[in-house]
Design a binder for this molecule. Structure first.
Ligand code: PMV
Length: 311
């Protein structure tokens, strides 16, 4: 049996969401799958994800090993002789929420292992709770990302599309499927470093910084545009959000170039998604312009794809 955590894209509101503003975000149709098998010779808790070249024990000095240990600790299960074998459909460090997808899939697999053992010992076990999965995965996100808002984990665990706030969690919205073009730039970066960069850029006003405030109100107006099927309005909000993220220091010439290329061939709008500094860009475009966006990115050696969110 395998357990999934989904990747995500942030349509509007990244970074501002760390300061309490809303973010419009959606789960991808792909993520990380984890299955649990006994560790040979009864060794310790391990994780093995061949597509990420990851083969670690919970004791190793590696961010994902620390994440694994944090989840096991949060669940209070020690270091059982289990190997968590994974298959990842999204690249790590690409701004697509891979670490949260990892955390959610690991948490689900360990909860399932714990509950099966308890049931085998004759204990009556309640159905797994989403809140426990989210709390365990957030323990690892805080370790990896520092000041994580929780948006990635909420989407990785719940799926769908919605407006996330640190204070209230994810409020799902219901829309027909939206096609989003995703361009992983191939440049890796650290989310924690980008969150720190925004903290430095906003030291004077903190959460009252006008750029953060505007990013939050763009998440609201963009959500209204999406609900009204006003894709030009949503695209304009995305373009403005990208410019503001650039002012906060988290865009790069590569990301700017990919967004400009998408707009030039007819996209409604384009922006970086996630922490920035590398990672991925997203664009929305009329259906007959999607291929042109993908072709424009390919000339910059970026292999994009179209994903459907919502629906
Ligand atoms: O780096 P990503 O794609 O996981 O995105 C993180 C989103 C931020 O708003 C930058 C941080 C957060 O925890 O919300």
């Amino acid at each position: 049996m395998s357990h999934i955590g989904l990747g995500k894209i942030i349509l509007l509101g990244e970074h501002a969401v760390v300061y309490g503003y809303p973010a419009l975000a959606a789960a991808l149709d792909r993520g990380v799958r984890i299955g649990a098998v006994p560790t040979p010779a009864g060794g310790t808790l391990r994780v093995d994800i061949p597509s990420w070249n990851v083969k670690l024990t919970a004791e190793d000095d590696h961010p994902l090993a620390l994440a694994l240990g944090a989840i096991a600790d949060k669940l209070g299960i020690g270091r059982p002789p289990v190997t968590l074998v994974g298959e990842a459909q999204i690249p790590p460090g690409a701004g697509l929420g891979a670490s949260a997808a990892f955390g959610v899939a690991i948490a689900r697999a360990l909860i399932d292992y714990r509950d099966r053992r308890a049931a085998a010992a004759g204990v009556v076990v309640a159905a797994p709770q989403l809140t426990e999965v989210i709390a365990a995965a957030n323990a690892s996100e805080e370790l990896i990302h520092g000041r994580a808002s929780g948006v990635d984990v909420a989407l990785a665990a719940t799926g769908g599309i919605g407006v996330f706030r640190k204070a209230g969690g994810l409020r799902p919205i219901h829309i027909p499927a939206l096609r989003v073009i995703v361009g992983p730039s191939g440049a890796q970066r650290s989310t924690a470093a980008m969150v720190e960069r925004v903290a430095e850029a906003t030291t004077t006003a903190g959460a009252d910084d006008p750029r953060l405030r505007e990013l939050g109100s763009l998440a609201d107006s963009g959500t209204r545009a999406l609900l009204a099927k006003d894709f030009a309005g949503l695209g304009a909000a995305m373009d403005r959000a990208h410019a503001l993220l650039g002012e906060l220091g988290v865009s790069t010439p590569l990301l700017d170039g990919l967004c400009e290329a998408a707009r030039r061939v007819g996209a409604f709008g384009a922006k970086l998604t996630g922490a920035g500094g590398g990672g991925a860009v997203i664009a929305i475009a009329p259906r007959d312009k999607e291929d042109a966006v993908l072709a424009a990115w390919r000339t910059a050696k970026v292999d994009g794809f179209v994903t459907k969110v919502g629906g």
